[in-house]
Design a protein. Structure first.
Length: 466
């Protein structure tokens, strides 16, 4: 199928669908604030929201390099779900019970986002259909069953394991041999959520300056080309764009992820696919896919294209290589053959933040007032909300307004991780890892073996994934 008519880049389909908001003024010069938040995505906006609701008199300034939601918050797959990067490692470091508390907090975070969106009249096309993850090879089925058991062991007792027939009755994925479903998930429109959040925090009295790139963060200072914001607390909420800050090149690796979206599909196609529950949909491949049925009956589907750019470079407009668009279309048609003639309306890419140990974290250095949150490894739609509430509690604790809370005691708080290797080693490592994963996926597609391909296991160990 030709992709000549496909819009490529332009930030994302979500912005093409909604348009950008009128530009907010850049920072006019040196100023002060009680809290300076660097980054106008989900983490920064949620943090501003919860801090302002808790302490209305706080003077909060948000600095955004482009416009709110320019990064992953405006380009993601719209999965509001309870996954958090690094939970298994936190169980090893802090004990199983601590990791169970973290998982419970993530389960509750899905409810929290839905609650606040309703309370603040943010219409983000939220539909609570849960998360369905499917297997379509013997090796994937074995991993899926293991995954299901582990999730139950971490307290998710409402998770359901389904066989081939039951899976296809929900979503008719060709060749599916099983699935696991959790109710702790919802589909949403990423840009509707981020635009609604930005408008909400502004209405609360938070100042947002767009087109204001922060070049360096120091204790009590956020430096920009237009001036410096001085504040007792400076919070880094930059996720995959963290590498653009001075001294942060190797802190979190900006991993690329790409997406396509179809034209609105006719009812005849949906009659063959099903998907009436509008679950978010994923698989158990090593180079996994993620998808949703949008409110206007498109399929938005994502996965890895070019996984990483040399030197931790990040793109500007989300333009995606034709080979990546074609690879994602092949996944779409393999899952749903009746979409073979469907037009691909838009393709785009973005970056997500990956720490060296693949563990999301949130922290506040009480000696400097510097805080940060991120490293979500693709699970940021919900995790950003939990991180924001935790940053609120950490700041209130540090300023003497409260003591420790359940959130400040979670095992991801204050977690430290070593930096990524210098170039060219990290480029070689990341590209080698995903080449191994893709090769393992290809072998598993044709293999009757139930075990995971050995090459994928080696790649996991070398990458430090947990």
């Amino acid at each position: 199928m030709s992709t000549v008519s496909t819009v490529n880049g332009g930030i994302s389909f979500w912005y093409a669908d909604q348009g950008t908001s009128p530009a907010r003024e850049p920072l006019p010069g040196d100023t002060t604030a009680d809290v300076c938040i660097v980054g106008g995505g989900y983490t920064g906006l949620w943090t501003a929201y919860y801090l302002k609701k808790a302490v209305p008199f706080l003077n909060i300034t948000v600095l955004e390099a482009k416009f709110c939601g320019y990064g992953a918050s405006g380009r993601n797959g719209g999965w509001l779900y309870n996954g958090i990067a690094g939970r298994d490692r936190y169980a090893k470091l802090h004990g199983h019970d601590a990791a169970v508390r973290l998982q419970q907090a993530m389960n509750e975070t899905v409810d929290e986002v839905v609650r606040v969106a309703a309370e603040e009249n943010i219409d983000a096309d939220i539909h609570r259909g849960g998360v369905l993850e499917v297997a379509y090879t013997p090796a994937q089925l074995a991993r899926l069953k293991d995954f299901h058991s582990v999730e139950i062991a971490f307290g998710e007792t409402d998770r359901v394991l389904r066989g081939a027939r039951e899976t296809c009755e929900r979503v008719n994925v060709t060749g599916a041999v099983g699935s696991t479903w959790t109710p702790h998930g919802a589909r949403l429109h990423p840009v509707k959520l981020v635009k609604g959040l930005a408008a909400t925090v502004e209405a609360l009295g938070v100042t947002i300056h767009e087109s204001t790139p922060v070049t360096e963060i120091e204790p009590k200072h956020a430096h920009t080309p237009y001036g410096t914001v001085r504040a007792p607390y400076v919070l880094r909420c930059t996720e995959g764009f963290t590498a653009n800050l001075k001294g942060q090149r190797r802190t979190w690796l900006p991993m690329n992820s790409s997406m396509i979206v179809t034209e609105p599909l006719p009812q005849s196609v949906w009659d063959t696919i099903g998907w009436d529950g509008r679950e978010t949909l994923g698989d158990m491949a090593h180079a996994y896919m993620y998808a949703q049925r949008t409110a206007d009956d498109r399929i938005a589907l994502g996965g890895r294209g070019v996984p990483y750019r040399f030197g931790s470079a990040t793109d500007n407009d989300g333009r995606t290589r034709p080979a990546t668009v074609e690879a994602l279309r092949e996944i779409l048609v393999r899952f749903f053959p009746t979409t073979a003639g469907a037009r691909i309306d838009h393709a785009w890419s973005g970056v997500l933040g990956v720490p060296r140990d693949w563990c999301a974290t949130v922290a506040l250095d009480r000696s400097t007032g510097l805080g940060w949150a991120g490293g979500y490894v693709g699970s940021g739609v919900a995790t950003a909300n939990l991180a924001a509430r935790t940053l609120r509690d950490l700041i209130q604790q540090d300023s003497g307004q409260s003591g420790p809370t359940e959130l400040t005691e979670l095992p991801w708080v204050g977690h430290k991780v070593r930096r990524w290797e210098p170039e060219p080693f990290r480029w070689i490592g990341v590209h080698g890892m995903y080449a191994a994963y893709r090769a393992a996926d290809r072998r598993e597609l044709t293999s009757p073996r139930a075990g995971t391909d050995p090459v994928a296991k080696i790649a996991d160990r070398l990458a430090g994934r947990h």
